[in-house]
Design a protein around this ligand. Structure first.
Ligand SMILES: [Mn+2]
Length: 507
């Protein structure tokens, strides 16, 4: 449930009976037209059926989570838990304090017969309630009219009930039914489930066992998102498209970012405008890193200048309203042309990325993508004489005794991508990095090279240069489809792209 806000004692609201009568009347009838069924409704029904089949006879509790206080009486923008979004199709800022319960059904033979999906949430309150005018988090006067139970049923194609009925629904038959909860989504709902369990007078040992079952549940919900369905692939394409628009806008504004000073914030803001306009927002904090800042992998302070002659590394993604996010990096010469040293590093990273993308196909393992890209990185570092004396490419690639090249690319090459930018993160290693790639998986391919300004082991001309190129790649039946491959990637294409946009050529 939502965190409690502080409410100043001096904040008053009208409360006389006369006022309440007065404020409750004189309004036009509400529009009763039900909202349209969401585009994801069939896909989410299939996903729920898959979960149902995996946990027969168990009551499954998947909370959206609640509002978190940012400061005093203001909250962070709400974002539902990913498992909840995946199984309901609700996106945007919906629906704080909602809980999806998959209630097990029993067939005539007494055996488990699937589940009924019930969404508990706080529906629109009547105009005769204090909530209507007095509740700044939920009230219609403050946040607008909320959906009714009938609205949500029409929209999502499942049963909707008032959240006040949740505690009884969770506790019902607690002695004879097993419960699982997505434990990290909402501490209060987790506590509710644990109270229902303890009503059975159970031992510590059994409580411990049930926590393991919860962890397994969360892991399964994470793992099942790896192969994307058609609806998800469509949403990912839209996220990539919107992200490309944001990048084009940043390229167009590079001279302005230089002129204004604190240009990294200008870049972050321009991209954020497009993210918020075309989608729900950014899928993660944008990394707008100019010059040596590019060598700080998660540079999200973005407080620096963008200077002529620098490279700007922009790692950013638009999250569309359904909450699927792109994750794309381009490294752009601020003045429009790479210097010879910048191009040398850029072309090495590009060659590594090409090798990584070529390894994205069914039958290959997830880890093969990294192996292919990092080999190219290691070869360049060897050719440039940067590896320690006596260490060749094979020796540095040895995972036990080598890895010297990792000084200049410490991160992995890929991660799964979807509702979470680092998607499916709870999956076991055998289902993730050691698993074979399957059609429908979407992953990033994002090698880089990072030469810090104070790195005395690299020649002066390379110091302060950081490059990453990142694309979002869909595994297909016979290879892959680079969803963001229409955005220029090679050094020549990036230069031509910038020149084109600066001369007024924008899509
Ligand atoms: Mn990434």
């Amino acid at each position: 449930m939502s965190e409690k806000q502080r409410q100043a004692e001096h904040r008053s609201k009208p409360h006389t009976a006369q006022f309440r009568d007065f404020v409750a009347q004189g309004w036009a009838d509400r529009d009763q037209t039900p909202p349209e069924r969401i585009a994801a409704a069939d896909a989410t029904a299939r996903r729920r059926a898959e979960v149902s089949a995996a946990f027969p006879g168990e009551r499954l509790v998947i909370p959206a989570g609640g509002l978190k206080v940012r400061s005093n009486d203001t909250d962070y923008v709400f974002r539902p838990h990913t498992a909840f979004a995946y199984l309901t199709g609700l996106g945007g800022d919906r629906e704080p304090d909602a809980v999806l319960v998959l209630e097990p059904l029993t067939g005539d033979d007494g055996e488990p017969a699937g589940h009924e999906a019930v969404l508990f949430f706080r529906p629109l309150a009547g105009r005769d309630t204090e909530e209507f005018f007095g509740d700044s988090r939920y009230g219609e006067f403050w946040v607008g009219a909320r959906p009714t139970l009938a609205d949500v049923e029409a929209e999502l194609g499942l049963t909707a009930r008032h959240v006040d009925e949740l505690p009884d629904a969770v506790a019902k038959d607690a002695g004879s039914i097993d419960l699982r909860v997505v434990a990290d989504a909402d501490v209060d709902v987790r506590a509710l489930v644990e109270r229902a369990r303890s009503a059975q007078g159970q031992t510590d040992e059994r409580t411990e066992k049930q926590r393991e079952l919860d962890a397994e549940f969360a892991r399964q919900l994470s793992t099942m998102r790896m192969v994307k369905d058609e609806h998800e692939i469509g949403e990912m394409r839209r996220a990539v498209e919107a992200t490309a628009h944001g990048f084009e806008a940043v390229v167009a504004d590079l001279p302005e970012a230089v002129r204004r000073g604190r240009g990294e914030r200008w870049v972050e803001g321009v991209f954020g405008l497009y993210a918020r306009h075309e989608g729900n927002g950014v899928g993660y904090d944008s990394i707008a890193a100019s010059g040596d800042h590019a060598n700080t992998l998660h540079w999200i302070k973005n407080t620096g200048d963008v200077k002529e002659g620098d490279l700007l590394l922009l790692d950013a993604g638009v999250e569309v309203d359904s909450l699927y996010t792109a994750d794309i990096t381009r490294t752009l010469p601020v003045s429009g042309r790479f210097s010879p040293a910048q191009r040398k590093v850029y072309d090495a990273v590009f060659a590594a990325q090409e090798a990584g993308i070529a390894a994205v196909r069914p039958g290959n393992k997830f880890s093969d993508v990294h192996a292919a890209a990092i080999r190219v990185i290691a070869e360049h570092l060897y050719d440039w004489g940067l590896l320690p004396d006596g260490i060749d490419v094979e020796q540095t690639l040895d995972s036990e005794t080598g890895q010297y090249h990792r000084r200049w690319m410490v991160h992995g090459t890929s991660h799964h991508l979807g509702l979470d930018v680092h998607d499916c993160a709870l999956a076991r290693a055998e289902d993730y990095k050691d698993a074979e790639l399957l059609p429908g998986m979407i992953l990033t391919v994002e090698p880089g090279l990072y030469f810090k300004a104070d790195d005395l082991l690299v020649p002066q001309e390379l110091r302060g240069i950081g490059v990453r190129i990142e694309d979002d790649v869909l595994v297909t039946e016979d290879g892959c489809d680079n969803l963001s491959g229409f955005m220029p990637r090679s050094s020549d294409d990036v230069e031509a792209w910038i020149a084109g946009i600066w001369s007024g050529d924008r899509s």
